[in-house]
Write a protein of this length. Structure first.
Ligand SMILES: [Zn+2]
Length: 392
């Protein structure tokens, strides 16, 4: 159900992660979140970092904010986005360096930056029945939500990505492993929704990637991935707003494809997922799929990326506004949300680049709001009254 975006026209947000402040040197490692929060040094840095992420988003003027994915460690290419869940859920143990049958990640030879991603993909094995373990998503969300009145969107990795990235010594069956992780995540997310989280984001279901690849596999296919998505969120839309994030990759802010793939073959399966909002990477492709998205997704809101997470060049407000106008030719304003293509914190840009990209999201959207006589968002960062530059 619509909660976070209810009654908001052209709301703005980001996908999730933000670059770490240089002084945020503490890491969670293998500890559970609540245990680490007993450690004075970790607690102070963690809460200060969350506060910084929230303030930056508020100063930019975003409507829906995130905790910047503050729980993830400072590792190569933002690997913790993959490993946080299996390192804490029950049923996983040990740690191995290897690629599970080539099912997760893209092969790259030494000498390529993405080879580092494979080399540092240290994942535990799946060794027993999967359970929620110590994910503690509710505690992580509370640590951010109690610092702001704006809705904090909480994101989680999807079960298929965890299953595809580990060695399964227990179920020895990819389908069973995916569904077991899906059930455990569903339980965890119900606790989070019951605690009052107004928006939960399911990150990277493999629907679009498998549809784009066009391969036929009895488990790894778009239809089964729709089933997995709907199983993972079952019952949640009665309690909260559910988002589905899709993009074409992010490790170390690298593009995984020489040419951005088209969402066209993925639109139909995506239209069947049990979600309120779907996010699409559209800035990096110049809005190539906006018409297909508008035609194919009719009963959900659509969040388009208007800034690119791969580039350091900050999109201008005019560029953002042009993409918003292009989207409005195919998607009604009541169903359009503006965001980033993906998270900006997976070992990519500096804090300043990410900050000004957020400011551009808001300023660009304000240009379109002004044209349509809609209320504009306050953007403190762009208020001339506070400029320290003096006329000579
Ligand atoms: Zn993404």
């Amino acid at each position: 159900m619509y909660i976070a975006t209810a009654n908001l026209l052209l709301p703005t947000t980001i996908i999730g992660s933000l670059p770490r402040p240089s002084w945020y040197t503490q890491n969670l490692g293998r500890r559970e979140f609540r245990e680490a929060m007993v450690d004075r040094a970790y607690r102070e840095q963690y809460l200060d970092a969350v506060s910084t992420y929230l303030r930056d988003q508020e100063v930019a003027g975003l409507d829906i904010v995130t905790d910047g994915d503050c729980r993830f460690d400072a590792d190569v290419a933002g690997h913790n986005w993959f490993s946080y869940a299996p390192l804490r859920m029950s049923g996983f143990s040990g740690a191995n360096f290897y690629r599970a049958g080539g099912k997760a990640g893209f092969p790259h030879k030494p000498g390529h930056i993405l080879h580092d991603v494979l080399e540092t993909r240290m994942m535990p094995d799946l060794t027993g029945p999967v359970g929620r373990g110590t994910l503690q998503y509710t505690a992580v969300w509370k640590a951010a939500q109690r610092q702001t009145a704006k809705p904090v969107k909480f994101g989680t990795i999807m079960p298929e990505l965890v299953a595809m990235a580990v060695r399964d010594l227990h179920y020895k069956d990819l389908k069973k492993a995916i569904l077991a992780i899906s059930d455990a995540l569903n339980e965890e997310l119900h606790e989070l929704a019951d605690a009052g989280c107004k928006v939960i984001q399911m990150e990277e279901p493999q629907i679009h990637l498998l549809a784009a690849k066009g391969l036929v596999d009895k488990v790894l296919n778009p239809d089964f991935m729709v089933e997995v998505f709907n199983n993972t969120v079952r019952g949640l839309r009665k309690k909260t707003e559910i988002w589905c994030h899709t993009c074409w990759g992010n490790p170390a802010a690298q593009r995984l494809f020489a040419k951005t793939p088209s969402y066209a073959p993925a639109i139909e399966p995506l239209s069947r997922i049990d979600a309120d909002v779907i996010t699409f990477e559209t800035c990096s492709s110049g809005g190539m799929d906006l018409e297909a998205i508008g035609k194919g997704i009719k009963d959900k809101k659509i969040c388009i990326g208007v800034v690119d997470h791969h580039t350091l060049q900050v999109e201008t407000p005019d560029q953002v506004a042009a993409l918003v106008r292009k989207a409005l030719e195919h998607i009604p304003a009541e169903r359009l949300i503006l965001g980033s293509d993906c998270g900006m914190g997976r070992e990519g840009m500096s804090r300043r680049h990410a900050f000004y990209k957020m400011v551009s999201i808001v300023q660009g959207t304000n240009l379109v709001r002004r044209e349509r006589k809609l209320p504009e968002a306050a953007c403190l960062a762009a208020d001339e009254k506070f400029s320290m530059v003096e006329e000579l």
